[in-house]
Design a protein around this ligand. Structure first.
Ligand code: ADP
Length: 255
């Protein structure tokens, strides 16, 4: 699936777990061809927000739209089919799956709910389309993992697994790419490769939402930053604005 150039709009989203208000009337937009970063201290609701966008949780209130389509209320499977790809902190990749197979599975992710399900149903190797292999190798090249194409995906060190996870998500040119803390555990070189890949998705007109603790990476990549605190939007602006917002500095950076 590929839905290019559509605005992702989150309007008044609230979500409570028991008595705990994880999200409380969150509103922001993420525009195509831009990287929108979500920042905030631990527990501020960033992961919950990503989970709401990709259909894992039902909202208590509010709506989420992509272009003119409503996303909230759709199953994760149908959100994926609408062109929304999401990385996982710990992707559930079955044993015995190669790096190349894992990336190719990304091409079929829109039709399956989970990474594992996708890979288990992947046509056997010789039946995979040549074009899929070519495209997967191209993306692996970009993240510097091509030399590992035949390695077992689950055996890779953390940094390489994260890059692989992003490669799996970008292969299908998603309209919306949701990145959950992908830079954590990466060395400087890997962070640069990751940033390169994200810039490529942006250039292709994708809508990128980046949940990230690495503030330097956020400042260097983001076109817009939404700062959450206790389930609410505390600030929303350009990197220049957020960088000098005194509330953000004290809440988030502790200075
Ligand atoms: P962040 O990603 O910013 O660290 P989270 O979205 O993980 O924040 O968490 C926001 C709040 O929601 C926290 O108080 C967390 O404990 C709570 N929370 C998140 N997911 C669940 C869940 N599945 N069940 C209960 N509470 C949850």
């Amino acid at each position: 699936p590929s839905v290019d150039g559509q605005l992702l709009s989150v309007e008044g989203i609230s979500k409570a777990f028991g008595g705990n208000r994880a999200l409380d009337g969150v509103t922001f937009t993420a525009a195509p061809g831009r990287v929108t970063a979500l920042i905030g201290p631990n527990g501020s609701g960033k992961t919950t927000l990503l989970n709401m966008i990709c259909g894992f949780y039902r909202a208590d209130a509010g709506r989420i739209t992509l272009g003119s389509s409503r996303l909230d209320g759709l199953s994760p499977h149908n959100v994926a089919r609408a062109g929304v790809a999401r990385t996982f902190q710990t992707p559930n990749i079955p044993a015995d799956t190669t790096v190349l197979e894992t990336v190719i599975a990304g091409r079929y992710a829109g039709h399956r709910a989970t990474v594992a399900e996708t890979i288990l149903r992947l046509p056997r190797y010789n039946r995979v389309r040549r074009a899929d292999i070519t495209e997967a190798l191209r993306v692996l090249d970009m993240v510097g993992l091509r030399y590992l194409e035949d390695a077992e995906a689950t055996a890779l060190p953390l940094g390489q697994r994260r890059l692989l996870e992003v490669a799996r998500c970008v292969i299908d040119n998603p309209g919306v790419l949701l990145l959950d803390e992908v830079a954590s555990g990466l060395d400087e070189d890997e962070v640069e490769r990751l940033a390169e890949l994200i810039r490529m998705v942006r250039k292709a007109g994708g809508t990128v939402v980046l949940v990230e603790h690495n503030f330097d990476l956020v400042l260097s990549l983001a076109d817009g930053i939404v700062a959450l605190a206790q389930g609410q939007v505390m600030a929303d602006g350009t990197p220049e604005e957020i960088k000098t917002d005194t509330r953000v500095l004290s809440e988030y950076l502790g200075v």
